[in-house]
Structure formats: structure tokens, C-alpha cells
Design a protein around this ligand. Sequence first.
Ligand SMILES: [Fe+2]
Ligand SMILES: [Fe+2]
Length: 471
Amino acid sequence: MTATRLPSNSPGSVATVAEPAIDPLLVVRELVSLRRLVGLYPADHPLIGEKLRELDAAVRRQLDEQPELQVDIVRGDVHVDGEPFRQESRAHAHLIAELTELGVQSVCIRHGVSADELRATAEFLWRYDGKPGGESVQERLQREGVRHVSLGRIVPLDTRWASRKWPDAPDGALDPAYEEALGMAQEAFHRVSSGGDLDAGAVRDTVQLLIQRVAGSHVALGHVLAVKHYENLTWCHSVNVAMLSLLIGRQVRLDPESIVSLVEAALLHDIGKTRVPLEVVQKPGALDRSERKLIEAHATYGGEILAGTGGLRPLTATVALEHHRWMTGGGYPDLGAGVLPHPMSQIVSVADVYEALTGARSYKPPTPPERACVILARIAGEQLNAALVKAFIGTITFFPIGSFVRTSRDEVGVVVRTSSEDPLRPVIMLLRDDGEAVMEEVDLAGPGGEHRHIVESVPAPEGAPSLGDIL
Ligand SMILES: [Fe+2]
Ligand SMILES: [Fe+2]
């Protein structure tokens, strides 16, 4: 179907092409342009009338043959009526970002829509700041007389369309020390959620295991850094956040004592989730307001649990309380204006966001590392400490060790070494076509890299050798 969408003057266009050459992204583009115009110009400006006519005509052409037009933006790519348009999306990424930055990832326009409704939708989008208010978006649109347009986030749609069950923990051959640390964290979290006390001695042992053994294993780091095709349950997520925090701590040259404090705090930052009902923690999809409040309470609960546990380091409770606070004073819990999170909390926040993005949830597939880095860069300065984000991306690079990647020659390889000097051109081990064995090592920054570059990271191919065999 995609191949038939050729412009009429393109060399590949022939009379047998049945479908009319409609620009699939036209409606989105016209709507975003109209949004800008109604925001910037007086209401009676001729440019607004002209753009509105263009949008109305584009909508009418689409709705001529179908009852509704459904546009979803899934991970930056526009899907029109369920069909993805990746190339076109890339070409208009800046326009698409205008919608997604507002939190609008789904637009449905139904038969019967009037030009006035389209204009009111554009005006609403100009005023809308994406922040949850008392009334729902749909109620606010209705109040403006918009009955044939719906705007939404993709999360509930994803839940309905693509909800899937991921394994609870990484499987396959794991680094033994990493596996042991996962087991210890699971036990500690389980004990607290069943009403027991946190065992500070076991926490200290886990921290030492992470620093002494796990941090020295490339295979373990590969598991922690690359895309995680398993549900990142709290104990697993916590071990990973502890490892990522350690990488940042070393990069910013914290002394060994501070590293121990940092790893302990990161390991326990989400311990408050043991007091939140599991069905809320694991709920696939959007949370309602009371569920959101419950989830947000995990930071305060964590601070309380840790402050009441003897034998822990002084900053551990602080980090649990502050890890969802922003650099600009936003986030939760409300600790008063002008209260900046402690530097240790700022480190854990960077690690926490990256780990959550690259982990799978029942309502979302994992975000590949290179996209997660771009997202971190986007929220640096406001939500996260910009210097720490820079240090983190410098350490892990866009295609971290252990990532499976596709090259511009359509080969698949595994990243075996990275360089902070050249974060886009690591050393990769190419895999055989059937994915089952390794072929040769190529340094993309060296002579072998002249003719190829990495296009994207990909899931591990079926039957691929384990990281333990490669790294
Ligand atoms: Fe958290
Ligand atoms: Fe977390």
C-alpha cells in the first residue's frame, strides 16, 4: 500500500496505480501550521482563513471514503489509520514534535466535522499546555463546540492494541554476579513488601557485590545498558539503576566512599513502591488520579522506610524522597519552592529515567538506547541536571556495549567496545546472516567503518549468541 502513494509526477507513477496520491501527513501538517497561525496572528488575519481552507479541504478528501481519520504518533512515527509512515515522519519530525511535546499523540477526526471545529481544535491546541487539569481534554473540546475531533495520549490506545506480557526478569545466560545481585534484591524487596524489615546487612552485601564484581563485568553492563526485553519490576529496575548511578558517579570522579553511598541509595530509591498495591505499580496503561497519587507517594514512603531502618547511610532516605524532584523545582513530592535535590539524588534521577525508558512495560515496548539518550538530552536542564546527563551519555554512548545494531549495509552486529570520543561509532562484532555466530570485528571509527555506519539498534536476532559468548 505504501508503494502506491507516489506523487503523480514521480517517475515510478503509472496509470495502473489505483490510489490517489494523497500526502499521508498532510492533515497533521496543516493542523500544526494552523495551530501556530491562530496563536500568532489576530483572529481575522487572512493567513488563518487560507490555512483553515487548506486543512478543511485535506480533511474532506480523506473523509470522502471513510467515516473517520485516525492519526497516531507512535515513538515519533506517524501512523495514519494504522499504517506507519516512517520516512515521511522523519522529514517532518519537528512538526510532529510540536504535538507530542504537548502530550498529544493521537488525533481522530470524524465524518461531519466542520471548519469551525477544526479552527477551535487548533485554538485549543495553542492554549493547551499538556498539564492535567480538572476537566478532561475531551470535555474541554466539547465545551468549545468540538464534537467530531478527539485528541489523546497513546498510552491507553497502546494498552488496548498492543498490551503484551514480557518476562519478569532477564533470561538466558546472565553474568553470574549480576544474577546473584538480582536474587538478593528480589529477596530484600519481597521481605519488605510482606511486612518484614529491611535487612541493612544484606543491603551492604549487595552494594559490595555490585561495586566489586558486577561493575567489572562487560556482560553485566551489557545487560544493564542495552534494551531490556523484560518487564522492569522494581527489584530488577533497582539493581540496574544502582549500576547506572555507579557509572555516572565514577565518570564525575566521586571518591570511593561516596560511590558506596550512591550505590546504596540507588538500590533502595524505589523501596517505597513496596507500600503501593502491586496492581497499581504494574497497571498496564494510564492511571487515574487517585492511582497516580498512590504511585507518587512511593517517594515519601521510601524516605520513611529508610529513615526508620538502622545501619543505612544518611543520604539513602534523602535520595528516595527526592528522586522524582526536578532541577527547576517541579516533580514530586512538593518540598517547597527553591529546594534543589541533593547531587546524589540528581545522579539517581538520570539513571532512573534512562532505566525506565529502556525497560519494557506491558503497555510499551522498550525505547532503544539511542532514542533514550535523545529524550534525556531533551529534559536536561529542566527535569534533570544537564551536566550529569552529558556525563552519562558520554560514558554509555548512544549505542552502549551489548547493544545489537543494524548497519547501513543491513548487517547486524553487537557493540563490543565504545568510545566517549566518538559515541556514534563503536567497535562492533558482525553476526552471520542467520544470526547464530560472530564473523568479524569492525571498528566503525577506523578503516573498516568508512563504508558503513549504524542505522539503529535492534532486538537480538532469534538464536543470537549470548552476550557472555561475545563480550
Ligand atoms: Fe521512583
Ligand atoms: Fe525508579
